[in-house]
Design a protein around this ligand. Structure first.
Ligand SMILES: NC(=O)c1ccc[n+]([C@@H]2O[C@H](COP(=O)([O-])OP(=O)(O)OC[C@H]3O[C@@H](n4cnc5c(N)ncnc54)[C@H](O)[C@@H]3O)[C@@H](O)[C@H]2O)c1
Length: 276
């Protein structure tokens, strides 16, 4: 039997749109029993919950959708408390919540709006810190799950955490200092947590997407129309990726198929980094 399946309960933050919505729907399709969805955009996340019910394959499937702001520890902690009250256990926890605003398109010294700069750090970096910390608090109290493999049993651990970061957390892109700073921090937070909590049998990984067709990328292209062609051209596959291609990578990481993958920044970018 393939290890690419899920049976437990997932948290997906950022699931009102783009990769987060696709990830929520993938959890429902691949067999998750429960989904706790969160986002700043409450109507958007309610819509994702509705779509998840339509595609869910687990007969016991249920889903909750609520407001959460990853910039606030109180909000994130309350969100996780709500998810635990509903589902008792969280096996997989993913955040895709993020912001891209190209304030520094004219170069580094044009960064004047420090409030906007801080908002990006608070969303993309502090959000990953809070998500990881809240998920760890829950998972540390859970028992590890063990499954039978071909030759011996293997542990799936107490839970799996995925933070969606970016190629911009691995290489510096001109004109994106605020985004680069936030995504390098997000990768660093994820890797530190992986080192600290591996022994506790909680797997923690980052996904680093290249250009993916989402409302976020569309907004960036609206500001800078040349970006569509340059983003396409910057990949070796010569195409912008689809949200399902990120959702599938996330499902691999949290599923039994990924049970020995830990502390990595998995690049899913059509060969963008290989061309950089
Ligand atoms: N689309 C791309 O080309 C691309 C490439 C690399 C990395 N990324 C990263 O992937 C992630 C997902 O991006 P996407 O393209 O799906 O974007 P998106 O804009 O479609 O979705 C992002 C979601 O995050 C939510 N969000 C924003 N701030 C939040 C907050 N403070 N609290 C809770 N939710 C919040 C938004 O409401 C939205 O639903 C982001 O972290 C982004 O930086 C995107």
């Amino acid at each position: 039997m393939s290890g690419l399946y899920v049976t437990g309960t997932a948290v997906v933050i950022g699931s009102a749109s783009g990769m987060g919505r696709a990830t929520a729907l993938a959890f429902a399709r691949y067999g998750a029993v429960g989904l706790a969805l969160g986002d700043l955009n409450e109507p958007g996340v309610q819509e994702t919950a509705k779509q998840a019910k339509e595609v869910a394959t687990n007969p016991k499937f249920s889903v909750t959708a609520s407001h959460v702001d990853v910039r606030s520890w109180t909000s994130v902690e309350n969100f996780f408390q709500g998810a635990v009250a509903e589902f008792k256990r969280i096996d997989y926890s993913v955040t895709t919540a993020g912001l891209l605003k190209i304030y520094a398109i004219n170069g580094f010294i044009a960064v004047n709006d420090l409030e906007a700069y801080d908002n990006i750090q608070n969303t993309n970096a502090r959000g990953v810190l809070y998500h990881t910390k809240a998920a760890l608090q829950v998972m540390l109290k859970q028992d590890a799950i063990v499954i039978q493999g071909t030759y011996r049993s293997r542990t799936l651990g107490r839970g799996a955490i995925v933070n969606v970061c970016s190629d911009a957390g691995l290489v510096a892109l001109p004109g994106e200092v605020e985004y680069n700073a936030s995504k390098f921090a997000a990768v660093g937070i994820t890797k530190t947590a992986a080192n600290e909590y591996g022994e506790s049998q909680i797997r923690i990984n980052a996904i680093c997407p290249g250009p993916i067709d989402t409302p976020l990328l569309e907004r960036a292209i609206a500001l800078n129309p040349a970006l569509r062609d340059s983003a396409t051209d910057s990949t070796a596959l010569k195409r912008i990726g689809d949200v399902d291609e990120i959702a599938d990578a996330i499902l691999f990481l949290v599923s039994p198929a990924g049970s020995y993958v830990h502390g990595t920044s998995m690049v899913v970018d059509g060969g963008f980094l290989n061309m950089a």
